[in-house]
Every structure is written in C-alpha cells, then in structure tokens.
Design a protein around this ligand. Structure first.
Ligand code: PRP
Ligand code: ZN
Ligand code: MG
Length: 223
C-alpha cells in the first residue's frame, strides 16, 4: 500500500459514539468538511481525515493499515484481538476517552435463581462477543454453548434459541424490556483511541504524537 501523507481516523458512522467522538476531535482543534452521510470526511485545517464506518469494522481497518487510528468501544477492540485479529498485527488502546461507558455482561431470565457463574454450565448463551465470552467461560472452567448472533441478542431467550445472553448494558433498559437480569460483568467498556501497537515512524507518527498531546489536554480539562 502506498504511504499516505494524511492521518486517517476511523469512527462509527452512526451510533452512540458518533456525536461525542466528533465533539472530542473538534475540541482537539480538528474540523471536517464533508457531511455526515458521507463515508469520508476531509479535514479542513490539519492533515487529518475521517472514515465513517460500522464500529465492528474499525479494528480490521487499522490492522490492514487502511486507517491509522480509530475511535471504538473497548469491547469491539478486545473482541477483535481475540477472534478475527488473531495472528495479525497487534492493536493497542492508546487512550481511554471517557464516553460511551457500558458493561459487557451476562444476563439471565428474571425468574432464574442465579447464584454464580457455575450455573451457566451446559446452558446456551447468545452473544455478539464469542471471543470475550469464550475466554471468560474458559477462565472459569465452564462448558457452555456459545450462540453467536450479530444483533438482537436480547430476544434469544424468548425465542428459545438460548438460555442466557452476554451483551452490552448501558442504561439497562433493553434488559428490563426483555425480562432479563444482569448477573455478571465481563468487561467495563468505554470509547478508546485504538491504533497499531507499533506506530508509524513517518510524518503520520508525528501527527499522532501531536493528536495524543492535544487529547491529553482536552481530557485533563474535562476531568
Ligand atoms: C447495545 C446492546 C443493547 C443495548 C443496551 O446495542 O446490544 O441492545 O445497547 O443498552 P441499554 O442498556 O441502554 O438498553 P446498541 O443499540 O448500542 O447497538 P447494536 O446495534 O450494536 O446492538
Ligand atoms: Zn456494533
Ligand atoms: Mg442492540
């Protein structure tokens, strides 16, 4: 791939992280020309552009070198490293950004009398995070069936395709609406700035250093 002289940051096209991510970049002095419905946003002052994509695609785009950095949930980044990204270039969490806080949790039907994780033995658990769930189960010596679903995980118990779920919880509203109860937290998540473990050494590396310095200033002021 031919080297780029502009920094490219991947972020969620539309979702909970989109607005706060843009706001954070604005506070770092970055502004962008294109409208939000475009895939690509051209940076106005600085040589920094945005690629607006599905959040799940962000780690892969960084690993392939299509983007230099990404703003993505820790849950998505860690899941990628445990699954699709295995054997590929290592990705790192360069900064935690303090927004988009949520938990990756196991939830069970409200009426189930749950005391500890050993009760998941032999059950089927629906999730979009088979890597993170699989690791958590293995660490506890629990042998459970993992049913991988891309979305609408919360309806699996009602459909009878799973006995429990492992999904993101923010307000808890989705769980309540589906008569589910959060019983174990696997991961505390928030938006992070992700990038390759080994940063480029060309001008893009200098731009990343500058961005990190500005980010640290903005994050410090906010805390
Ligand atoms: C997540 C998660 C739950 C919901 C939980 O999905 O999968 O469905 O948020 O939030 P709550 O506790 O505030 O109800 P989200 O809508 O973010 O995106 P998705 O399309 O990737 O499921
Ligand atoms: Zn998603
Ligand atoms: Mg959802």
């Amino acid at each position: 791939m031919k080297p780029r002289d502009r920094l490219r940051i991947a972020m969620q096209k539309s979702g909970r992280l989109t607005e706060p991510a843009l706001e954070l970049l604005n506070r770092c002095g970055l502004t962008f020309r294109q409208s939000r419905d475009k895939l690509f946003c051209f940076g106005e002052g600085e040589p920094v552009d945005l690629l607006l994509v599905r959040d799940d695609d962000i780690p892969g785009l960084i690993a392939q070198g299509v983007c230099d950095l990404g703003i993505v949930g820790r849950n998505v980044l860690n899941e990628y490293s445990l699954t699709a990204g295995m054997g590929g270039p290592e990705l790192a969490e360069w900064r935690s950004l303090g927004f988009g806080r949520c938990r990756l949790s196991v939830a069970v039907p409200q009426e189930l009398d749950y005391r500890d994780a050993s009760q998941l033995q032999g059950l089927r658990i629906a999730t979009s995070y088979p890597g993170l769930l699989g690791e958590w189960l293995r660490e506890r010596g629990i042998d459970a069936g993992v049913v991988t679903l891309a979305g609408s995980v919360e309806i699996a118990p009602r459909l009878g395709t799973a006995d429990a779920i492992c999904d993101l919880v923010q307000s808890g509203g989705t769980l309540v609406a589906n008569q589910l109860r959060e019983v174990d937290v696997l991961l505390e998540s928030e938006a992070v700035l992700a990038g390759p473990q080994v940063l480029p050494t060309d001008e893009r590396g200098d731009m990343i250093d500058l961005l990190l310095k500005r980010l640290d200033g903005v994050i410090q002021v906010r805390e």
